[in-house]
Design a protein around this ligand. Structure first.
Ligand code: IMP
Ligand code: MG
Length: 179
């Protein structure tokens, strides 16, 4: 385990098993349809790769880069779009995926953005859900794990760009950011 990790919240096996279950559920819901999965960079990258490899309906992928955080551990309340999807999303079933739904501001902003683009449908999936931290009404259509109000890293999630490559979800030691 990485020395800056307090404890592992979700180990690699549990994480991958649950993501495969999500892929099965999502594939069932989109039966007979095609899906365009749009991952929010960079955090959603690992989740998205794991998820889409297990999907059984025809699936395309694209990326969007937004930010709501800067380098701290709590939201700034403002969401900026840094770069957009490469393809037209009109008449597509869009599934937006993110690493964690925290305040809900990011997913809400992205959903509002895509609502103006004539998609056939828009759904949201979050690997992790910090339900108790919501600042806006937001219920993802799919979520992997409800987690407590802890700052976590790994499997795509970072603190100031570090720890994304850890293969598990770990709680970061407070001493790392409480300085
Ligand atoms: P929201 O807009 O507050 O829902 O935040 C979503 C974004 O905040 C995520 O995509 C993450 O980039 C970041 N975030 C929220 N909680 C955590 C955490 O515990 N660890 C790392 N990043 C987080
Ligand atoms: Mg993110």
């Amino acid at each position: 385990m990485h020395p800056n990790i307090e404890r592992i919240l979700i180990d690699e096996t549990t994480l991958k098993k649950r993501i495969a279950e999500m892929a099965a559920e999502i594939s069932k819901d989109y039966e007979g349809e095609e899906v365009l999965v749009i991952g929010l960079l960079k955090g959603a990258a690992y989740f998205m790769m794991e998820l889409t490899q297990h999907m059984t309906v025809p699936t395309q992928i694209d990326f969007l880069k937004v930010s709501s955080y800067g380098s701290g551990t709590s939201t700034t309340g403002k969401v900026d779009i840094h770069f957009d999807t490469s393809r037209n999303v009109a008449n597509k079933n869009v599934l937006i995926v993110d690493d964690v739904c925290d305040s809900g501001l990011t997913l809400k902003a992205v959903r509002d953005l895509f609502a103006q683009r004539n998609c056939k449908s828009i759904r949201l999936a979050a690997m992790l859900d910090k339900k108790e931290r919501r600042l806006v009404k937001m219920v993802p259509d799919y979520y992997g794990f409800v987690i407590p109000d802890e700052f976590v890293v790994g499997f795509g999630l970072d603190y100031d760009e570090d720890y994304r490559t850890l293969p598990y979800i770990g709680i970061l030691k407070r001493s790392v950011y409480d300085k």
